[in-house]
Design a protein around this ligand. Structure first.
Ligand code: DMJ
Length: 671
């Protein structure tokens, strides 16, 4: 509306005056809203304007129209990209869980709400979500719980891939209609927001979907391991049920701690081998008959690695809380061992009375024993939220880390529980009494997510120490072996126990440590194999001495009469397993197969069970010792089974770390 003054022909003013007419302003008078009236009235008012006014209005109109068109075009693009991005975001959010499942994370680190995080900032302690509860392996296809997860994952991944292919098609169609003056812009020429580029990179390629993960069927050699296990188990069940060790020849048993050691050590092997019935039966025994409230002295190290380790790994594999409860019970009962002046634990604990003491003849503990209980107690803390377990064992490692008396990272064999100092200085070995100290340096570092640098430093330094002081080559085959150092004198003696080392070195290399560790592992596993191959029965003795000088008619390996027994130990097959996992070289499987056949030939007792033997050099009479060690079922047969498997997800080494008794424990992921 224009002012009534303008309507009355008042002098032209070069500005627009917009005022309301009196009637309209008052809202009174006849209301005529007819189209014709409105048109006429507008036209009249337009004519009443000056040319300048009309030009200004027209200019403004055109200007606003042009702005409108431009902003519509660019808003459209922005809107489109926002819409696309939000679709992408939605898709990514949906994909992430699936893709995470495709590579299922290792078990998340459980946390405890009120845990003191200051000591271990990288961890937060929380009770874990137990794995899906399934009380046993289902069948010989080894449908252990992680297999179901894997299959589900594959299904989900494939679905994710299909969806992405569809989404990609839609996106391409959308992009191909983006045009500017009729020119079609090819999608790859278009400028996309960086976020959608990243999304593109994260998509699994529809052309090369991730590895198909069908269940890997059990092969002949694995079946042979299952058969061996069943035979051993038959002997244990018939003659030693619920006792520590089978005496297969006398069809009886021996007691060490009186805690069903073989049964507990074998639980997770049965799970892994898929022996459901045997597992269920053993579980019943654990539920009804395993009692720790006993006036009995146990060795802290042995009961930790076999019982605590066995219960914890079985808990993880089966998800059955019974095993965690039992683990807590034994863990608590072992704690008095740490009540020493130095906090270096005593070797023996009475689990019924809650008292601990060193061996009768000394106040020393063995270095390997006090430094190879950490994986288990740390895991127990993580699961229970009770830090006392971890604190106790971490204290030992911190103490040993700064202790003097090492030789380029190599440790003596004894440590005093009063003074906390190394004793019997000057003797260095990778064998008995020191072996698993080195193994646990690396494995704790891996378990904790590779953050505890002191452990890594000590490990790396020690391997340099091994290279500098303990490596030599034998004659005539020039086998590299790990000898011992006693007060500056090199001894060409190597325990079978040292054969854990190639596997540990390979595990370190797999976790990013020096590549020359892998080379050394390859050389050393050949030596360990020769410790079997050069012997008459094809079985290694407990200790060998290597020839440093070529002598006619002499092999590399010499065996002293006192050392020619074989206890069915696992270390070589353990290392073969790691070597095969990391290299895929079938020769390692073949070597393991030879060893299994020789165990069957010389140590198998027809009525059930396997026995350690006294003389690996006499195939016609290997002199059975009448004892089946619990680690034959806990370790040796388990590593054999895993060695013969081509399924890297059967105890995936990026998710689990084996304790020194072959019980797999989860590698922690940051919370
Ligand atoms: C097992 O109890 C463990 O492997 C330990 O670390 C060494 N001795 C036996 C097997 O030989």
């Amino acid at each position: 509306m224009y002012s009534s003054a303008a309507a009355a022909g008042s002098p032209r003013r070069d500005f627009i005056s917009v005022t309301l007419g009196p009637e309209e302003a008052a809202g009174v008078g006849g209301y005529n809203n007819s189209k014709a009236w409105r048109r006429r009235s507008c036209w009249r008012k337009w004519k009443q304007l000056s040319r300048l006014q009309r030009s200004v209005i027209l200019f403004l109109f055109v200007f606003l129209a042009v702005c409108g068109v431009i902003s519509y075009t660019s808003m459209g693009e922005t809107w489109k990209s926002i819409t696309n991005k939000s679709l992408d975001d939605q898709r990514t959010e949906q994909e992430i869980p699936r893709l995470k499942l495709a590579n299922p994370a290792v078990l998340p680190a459980p946390q405890k709400a009120d845990a003191n995080h200051r000591d271990y900032p990288e961890l937060s302690l929380q009770p874990p979500k137990p794995p899906r509860v399934r009380r046993g392996p289902s069948n010989l296809q080894i449908k252990a719980p992680w297999r179901d997860i894997r299959l589900k994952t594959r299904h989900d991944t494939m679905r994710a891939v299909e969806e992405l292919v569809e989404a990609d098609k839609v996106e391409k169609t959308e992009k191909s209609i983006i045009s500017w003056r009729g020119a079609v812009i090819e999608p790859d020429q278009s400028t996309e927001p960086p976020s959608s580029k990243i999304t593109e990179l994260e998509k699994p390629s529809p052309v090369e979907p991730e590895d198909p993960k069908e269940p890997v069927p059990i092969n002949e050699r694995q079946l042979a391991v299952i058969e061996a296990f069943r035979h051993a188990w038959k002997g244990y069940k018939d003659f030693a049920w619920g006792h520590d060790e089978l005496k297969p020849l006398s069809k009886s048993y021996s007691e060490w701690f009186g805690l069903g050691l073989t049964l507990i050590d074998a639980l997770d092997t049965m799970w892994i081998l898929g022996l459901k019935e045997e597992f269920e039966e053993a579980r019943k025994w654990v539920a009804n008959d395993l009692v720790f409230d006993k006036n009995v002295d146990v060795n802290l190290f042995e009961s930790t690695i076999r019982i605590l380790g066995g219960l914890l790994s079985t808990y993880h594999l089966s998800g059955d809380s019974l095993f965690l409860e039992k683990a807590k019970d034994i863990g608590n009962r072992l704690m008095p061992a740490f009540k020493t002046p130095s906090k270096i634990p005593y070797s023996d604990v009475n689990i019924g009375r809650g008292t601990a003491h060193p061996p009768r003849w000394t106040s020393d503990s063995t270095v390997a024993e006090v430094t190879s209980i950490q994986l288990e107690f740390r895991e127990l803390s993580r699961l229970t939220g009770d830090e006392k377990f971890r604190k106790a064992v971490d204290e030992v490692m911190k103490h040993v880390h700064i202790l003097s008396g090492k030789n380029d990272g190599l440790v003596p064999m004894f440590i005093n529980t009063n003074s906390g100092q190394f004793t019997h200085l000057g003797v260095y070995t990778l064998g008995a009494r020191a072996d698993s100290y080195y193994e646990y340096l690396l494995k704790q570092w891996i378990q904790g997510g590779k953050k505890e640098n002191e452990l890594l430093e000590d490990y790396m330094r020690a391997i340099e120490g091994v290279k500098k002081h303990l490596l030599q080559r034998s004659e005539p085959k020039k086998l590299t072996f790990v000898g011992e150092l006693a007060h500056g004198h090199f001894s060409a003696k190597m325990d079978h126990l040292v054969c854990f080392l190639p596997g540990t070195l390979a595990l370190g290399a797999h976790n990013g440590l020096a590549a020359d560790h892998m080379k050394l592992a390859e050389t050393l596993i050949e030596t360990c194999y020769q410790m079997y191959a050069q012997v008459e029965t094809g079985l290694s003795p407990e200790i060998v001495h290597f020839n440093l000088h070529a002598q006619k008619g002499h092999k590399d390996v010499e065996i002293k009469p006192a050392d020619r027994h074989n206890l069915l130990r696992p270390e070589t097959v353990e290392s073969l397993f790691y070597m095969y996992r990391f290299t895929g070289d079938k020769k390692y499987q073949d070597w393991g197969w030879e060893i299994l056949q020789n165990f069957n030939r010389y140590t198998r007792v027809p009525t059930g069970g396997y026995t350690s033997i006294n003389n690996v050099q006499n195939p016609s009479n290997p002199e059975p010792r009448d004892k089946m060690e619990s680690f034959f079922l806990g370790e040796t047969l388990k590593y054999m089974f895993l060695l013969f498997s081509d399924d890297i997800d059967l105890i995936n080494l990026d998710k689990y770390v084996f304790n020194t008794e072959a019980h797999p424990l989860p590698i922690w992921v940051p919370a």
